[in-house]
Structure formats: C-alpha cells, structure tokens
Ligand binder design. Structure first.
Ligand code: PRP
Ligand code: ADE
Length: 175
C-alpha cells in the first residue's frame, strides 16, 4: 500500500478545535477515491489475514468512523452498527459518558444492535486518548458482544490510547 500517498492526504491543523490540539483532518483523503479504496482494501486484508474468528458486526464511531465502517462491513459481509452521540438514535438505547482528547461526550447504541455472543470489530478514523473507543467497548460489552479488535486509520502514539483498550489495536498510520 502507498502509505505516502495516504499520509500526504491527511492535513494537520494546529489549535483546532482548541488551543494546543494538532488536529488531523482526514477529509482531503476523500478527494482521492483511489486512496480511499486503498485504505479500505488494506483494512479488509488486515481483517482477512489476522482475525481468525468470523466477524459478525463492524461498529463505527460517530461521525468519522461512519466513513470507513460501512465500506469495510460491506466488503467482508458483516453487519454495520453505529455508535452515536447522545440524542440521535430512536428507540431504546444504552449510553456511556466518556472523555476524549478535547472534551467529554455521551455515546449511545440501539439496545438491540449487537446480539449476545456476536463478534465485533470497532473502526474509527483516529485514536488519541482511547476514551471514545473505550466508551464504545463498554457499550458493546453491555450487550454481551465480543470485541475482537480495534482498527484505526491514525494512532496518536504519544497519547497511549491503546493502553485503555482490552482488545488488540491495529492502526495504519502512527503519528
Ligand atoms: O481517542 P480519543 O481521545 O477518544 O479521540 C478520538 C475520537 O475523537 C474524534 O471524534 P470526535 O468526537 O471529534 O467526533 P467526529 O468524528 O464527529 O468529528 C475521532 O474521530 C475519534 O472518534
Ligand atoms: N488530534 C486529533 N485530530 C483529529 N481528531 C481527533 N480526535 C481526537 N484527537 C484528534
């Protein structure tokens, strides 16, 4: 995979959304459909070669996880289930509050979106502190789902987000 091509399409924005945060903007990547295809194919290959269990559900995190999760789910023949910020999902929901690099928030999932015993992979654009991914893991485990792995396009290694997660973490780009 041409990592340089993908890296060049990630824009760094200092002091966004708060002073002191170096924001990684992934939207320039979506100006290049071939680069998007490369990212999805890379993630699918990772899953097919590394994850031995059958994957039932891909979970994507609101909002940038929705850019990758459904494309991967479709390619591997799994379901997709969203983790959303509070107040966006109809029907019965379960929720968790969590802290991320630049704030606190509440995540929700529809209470029947994961069936007990289902194998789940969580996909998002970026892991910073790991707070968001850990919140998602809590929701999945509340529904008795089994988190097989976390997959990210970018990992901000200096924030050690991996350490708050209890399933294997794979990231394509370490920054
Ligand atoms: O590892 P953490 O410190 O928890 O940070 C990572 C999370 O922060 C960003 O989402 P954000 O909440 O900004 O939402 P967005 O995708 O809607 O922009 C990013 O997409 C991850 O979900
Ligand atoms: N530095 C960062 N850039 C983009 N998204 C983020 N989410 C948390 N920290 C982030």
């Amino acid at each position: 995979m041409d990592l340089q091509r993908i890296n060049a399409l990630i824009r760094e924005v200092p002091d966004f959304p708060k002073p002191g945060i170096l924001f990684k903007d992934i939207f320039p990547l979506f100006q290049d459909p071939i680069a998007v295809e490369m990212v999805i194919t890379h993630i699918v290959n990772y899953i097919n070669t590394t994850i031995k269990d059958k994957v039932d559900v891909i979970v994507g995190l609101d909002a940038r996880g929705f850019l990758f999760g459904p494309l991967v789910a479709m390619r591997i023949g799994a379901a997709f289930a969203p983790v959303r910020k509070a107040g966006k999902l109809p029907g019965g929901v379960i929720q968790v509050s969590y802290e991320k690099e630049y704030g606190i928030d509440i995540f929700e999932m529809q209470e029947d979106s994961i069936k007990p015993g289902q194998n789940v992979i969580v996909i998002d654009d970026l892991i910073a502190t790991g707070g968001s991914a850990a919140g998602a893991q809590q929701l999945i485990e509340k529904m008795h789902g089994n988190v097989l792995s976390f997959i990210f396009l970018i990992e901000l290694e200096f924030l050690k987000g991996k350490e708050v997660l209890t399933a294997p973490v794979y990231s394509m780009i370490k920054a």
